[in-house]
Ligand binder design. Structure first.
Ligand SMILES: C[S@@+](CC[C@H](N)C(=O)[O-])C[C@H]1O[C@@H](n2cnc3c(N)ncnc32)[C@H](O)[C@@H]1O
Length: 250
């Protein structure tokens, strides 16, 4: 049995063959086991975000929350796959210091093998930097962390535990803070398709889009500006069909 398995976490194989973890504290997996951990990171977050944010020289990403680091590592992997020369800065809060310390024992997918030194640097020092990449891992509360930034992020990977399990990272007020931390043309990616999540975004003036594909179940994209290539969710219609729906609130 892997040393990663402890009182709070167990490692689970997901449907694409990559491992994810199960949190005994939250009663949830870190990724969809159906869609696959690596697939979920790539198709619900990284690939659509970089499809929208092409041709930038430098890109600032907020990775909520670091967890097993898949979204950060999948970003680095994807940049290499597409031969991108863009400078990438990733900022990621994570509350669970014990989880971070156990990451050296986690079985990452082969695709991440060449980036393991980055995980090791983040576990040891909380930061990794080279010529084209800067990653900062902040151990603490995401709600406080995001307040340090203003008009800064191009991409937000919104990947907290589910709204029912960890509601504080899905409220209308939370997304208002995210909006302040972001540039006007930023894009938010999330696996959540729940109407209250979409409403929390919509009530902060975000346009809400469906991210769909054969490799994964539908997900959500949000932007203050119109997005090409993605189908807009008709929020007015959704609200009229669900007149009692409310966004989560602090
Ligand atoms: C679904 S997992 C993130 C998965 C991660 N994106 C990945 O690719 O492995 C949610 C994470 O949020 C962390 N978390 C929960 N509440 C938090 C908070 N208030 N601030 C920062 N991290 C939090 C949990 O410890 C957990 O690691």
């Amino acid at each position: 049995m892997s040393k990663f398995n402890d009182e709070f976490h167990t490692m689970t194989k997901s449907n694409d063959g990559s491992f994810t973890a199960y949190s005994k504290e939250y009663g949830e997996h870190y990724h969809s086991t159906k869609d696959g951990a690596l697939n979920e990171s790539l198709y619900k977050h990284v690939i659509p975000a970089f499809k929208i944010k092409q041709n930038l020289d430098e890109i600032n990403i907020l990775d909520i929350c670091f967890g097993l680091g898949f979204n950060t590592l999948a970003t680095i992997y994807h940049m290499k796959q597409i031969g991108s020369t863009c400078r990438v800065n990733i900022y990621s809060p994570e509350l669970d210091a014990d989880l971070i310390n156990s990451l050296k024992d986690f079985t990452f997918p082969d695709e991440f093998e060449e980036y393991k030194h980055i995980i090791f640097a983040l576990v040891d020092n909380g930061v990794y930097s080279d010529d084209t990449l800067h990653v900062e891992l902040f151990t603490g509360d995401a709600r406080e962390y995001i307040k340090k930034f203003s008009d800064f992020f191009d991409i937000v990977y919104q990947d907290a535990f589910s709204p029912s399990t960890n509601p504080i990272l899905w409220t209308k007020e939370y997304f208002a803070d995210i909006k302040k931390a972001c540039k006007k043309d930023a894009v938010i990616t999330t696996y959540s398709i729940a109407l209250p999540t979409r409403l929390a975004l919509y009530e902060n003036d975000y346009l809400v889009y469906i991210n769909s594909g054969e490799e994964f179940r539908d997900a959500t994209l949000a932007s203050l500006e119109e997005l090409k290539d993605f189908k807009l969710v008709d929020m007015k219609h959704k609200i009229s069909c669900n007149p009692h729906v409310e966004p989560l609130r602090d």
